[in-house]
Write a protein that binds this ligand. Structure first.
Ligand SMILES: NC(=O)c1ccc[n+]([C@@H]2O[C@H](COP(=O)([O-])OP(=O)(O)OC[C@H]3O[C@@H](n4cnc5c(N)ncnc54)[C@H](OP(=O)(O)O)[C@@H]3O)[C@@H](O)[C@H]2O)c1
Length: 355
């Protein structure tokens, strides 16, 4: 197959970036350069570069060599101290990283064709409380601060008059099999279920009562990577934004019994607990379970970020994006979310991450 492109993936080791790297490498025509502060081994058609995107000079010198880059996937993210509450504090580092990365690569790569910027449903204020659903790409923004707005506004201005174009993708709660990547809901469900079972408890939904029945949505990581490849190569996507989710909606109260089946557990009545407070101290129990059940030896906190699970299970309002626009523009893939939960959680058991 002819060479399709040299992709530069910023944030290549992240929840999103690693799947995009994998997806591109599965296509023979692509070579990939991944960037992040941590190092990673090279592989066939893959090279990894360590760089701190907050360091403008380091970006300029490091990226100057990437003269053949044709596509950029921007998936880097740096959470400020105070995490989700620090909405305003997230702006400065995340805008600076994008500015440094894009300024350097745009200068280095005359053949650059397209930039895929990953934002998310937080564009609509999905993290703040109830919002207009289903959310459409043309909906007005929520009241700032939101670093997505700063990134989008800057990139809009920066791209003007350039030969390349860009596209923005808005996913929701990525789901994949990526043990050791704690900011995901699947390992939290898997470990919570396994500990409940070990303690002889039924599988109780631990979130807010309203969250059990509210409508929610997720994006399977591999599905998102397919969408990113589509967005990078479909000419009509230029200068557009797209919601990218599995394409269906669910309520936890319908999915929960199916999750209990995967773990061969009875379903209990929901009981709200603060997972961060209740589960954080169970590292000792987890170590004992790892030995008893012959599990892969992951550090407890490498497996799960409980505050992230509290956030997802705390959404007692509907979270819905309309994906009609991506379908109209030609991306028709969908994922059956209930089937996805069963398939991916079963894999956590099969691969001995949880018993
Ligand atoms: N995860 C989700 O469920 C989800 C859902 C919707 C939207 N999003 C959005 O998607 C974007 C990416 O999120 P993510 O969840 O994939 O993030 P993530 O898993 O935390 O990954 C962030 C990546 O950025 C790199 N990075 C961070 N600071 C850096 C720096 N100073 N210099 C170079 N690289 C740096 C990290 O690697 P190093 O630490 O090695 O540098 C990592 O590879 C964010 O805007 C997020 O809001 C995510």
């Amino acid at each position: 197959m002819a060479q399709q492109g040299l992709a530069v993936v910023f944030g290549a080791l992240g929840v999103i970036g690693r799947y995009i790297v994998g997806r591109l490498l599965a296509e023979k025509g692509w070579s990939v350069i991944g960037l992040s502060r941590r190092d990673a081994p090279a592989g066939p058609r893959y090279r990894h570069i360590q760089v701190d995107l907050l360091d403008a000079e380091a970006c300029r010198t490091t990226l100057a060599a990437l003269t053949d880059a044709t596509h950029v996937f921007y998936t880097a993210f740096q959470a400020s101290q105070g995490a989700a509450a620090g909405y305003a504090a997230n702006i400065a580092p995340n805008l600076a990283m994008l500015v440094n990365a894009m300024t350097a690569i745009a200068q280095a790569a005359p053949a650059l064709q397209r930039v895929v910027l990953v934002t998310g449903t937080k564009y609509y204020g999905s993290h703040l409380g109830p919002f207009k659903t289903p959310a459409r790409e043309s909906d007005p923004r929520h009241m700032p601060p939101d670093y997505y707005f700063d990134q989008i506004d800057w990139l809009t201005e920066f791209q003007r008059g350039k030969a390349w174009d860009w596209v923005e993708l808005r996913p929701q709660t990525l789901c994949g099999f990526a043990p050791g990547t704690p900011m995901m809901i699947l390992p939290a469900i898997a470990v919570y279920a396994a500990i409940s079972k070990e303690l002889g408890l039924p599988l109780r939904f631990p979130g807010k009562p309203g969250a059990y029945g509210a409508i929610y949505q997720v994006t399977e990581s591999s599905h998102f990577a397919n969408a990113a490849l589509w967005a990078a190569t479909e000419p009509r996507c230029a200068l557009q934004a797209f919601n990218i989710t599995n394409g269906d909606f669910f309520r936890w109260k319908h999915v929960w019994p199916r999750i209990a089946e995967v773990f061969e557990m009875p379903v209990g009545e929901p009981q709200t607990i603060n997972l961060t407070q209740h589960m954080d101290s169970m590292g000792g129990l987890w170590r004992a379970m790892t030995e008893k059940h012959g599990l892969k030896p992951y550090d407890y906190h490498e497996l799960v970020a409980w505050p992230f699970a509290d956030y997802v299970f705390g959404c007692d309002w509907d979270v819905m994006s309309d994906v009609t626009k991506s379908r109209r523009f030609g991306f028709h893939a969908v994922v059956d979310t209930e089937e996805m939960f069963c398939r991916l959680l079963a894999r956590f058991r099969q691969e001995r991450i949880v018993p």
